[in-house]
Ligand binder design. Structure first.
Ligand SMILES: O=c1[nH]c(=O)c2ncn([C@@H]3O[C@H](COP(=O)(O)OP(=O)(O)OP(=O)(O)O)[C@@H](O)[C@H]3O)c2[nH]1
Ligand SMILES: [Mg+2]
Length: 195
């Protein structure tokens, strides 16, 4: 039987990427979509780490099992770090990727290319009953594009331009994204500590 890994997320894009990345290590991914009875976990933290810990510890306690959680987002220098921890709900609680991207592009419309620097941050927390929770983090640097391009990935991927590839994150194949993304880098660190 494959090892199971439970992820405290309701984000289909994250689930897909974790499934692809964990498949290499022989893990089978389970998410909150398989635990409909668990109520939504409110993200009250001010940092990615606080929210990741909150999500991981809440689910670990509810299931009495080891779980991981991912809190992630886009940090834009010209916007003083916004959308940051509010990335999912930046344009409203309905969590629309399209509306979020439009809001960012609108706020950035007068910002010149050299000042459009940004990074994706992914913080993963691991919580197990009776053990200390730990946290790892990965980042991926880029530039906010002038308009969306590409159909892969999720979230802000269409407006995150990666100078090294001359493409947006949404123009990368899933395999390419999973080699260089903030989530891939966080997962690499996680695997070094995994027990
Ligand atoms: O273009 C992107 N490529 C990515 O790889 C990526 N990773 C995160 N994000 C954005 O940041 C929010 C996370 O917020 P978040 O960590 O609270 O997750 P979420 O609320 O969507 O699901 P959950 O895991 O909390 O259930 C997401 O919704 C996205 O808007 C990304 N955007
Ligand atoms: Mg969330």
């Amino acid at each position: 039987m494959k090892n199971q890994i439970i992820i405290a997320t309701k984000n289909k894009g994250k689930v897909r990427e974790f499934e692809q990345m964990f498949a290499n290590d022989g893990y089978q991914v389970t998410s909150l979509f398989e635990y409909e009875e668990i109520p939504d976990i409110e993200e009250t933290g001010k940092t990615f780490a606080e929210n990741a810990v909150l999500k991981a510890e809440t689910l670990a306690k509810a299931l009495n099992q080891k779980v991981i959680a991912d809190d992630s987002g886009l940090v834009i220098d010209a916007l003083d770090g916004r959308p940051g921890v509010y990335s999912a709900r930046y344009a409203g609680e309905e969590k629309s990727d399209k509306a979020n991207n439009e809001k960012v592009l609108n706020e950035m419309k007068d910002i010149p290319s050299e000042d459009r620097t940004a990074r994706f941050v992914c913080t993963i927390a691991v919580a197990s009953p009776g053990e200390p929770t730990y946290v790892v983090e990965g980042t991926c640097e880029g530039i906010i594009a002038l308009e969306p391009a590409g159909a892969n990935g999720f979230g802000y991927d269409p407006i995150m331009f990666l100078p090294g590839f001359e493409k947006t994150m949404a123009q990368l194949s899933p395999q390419e994204k999973n080699q260089i993304s903030h989530r891939a880098r966080a997962l690499e660190k996680l695997m070094e500590q995994w027990k």
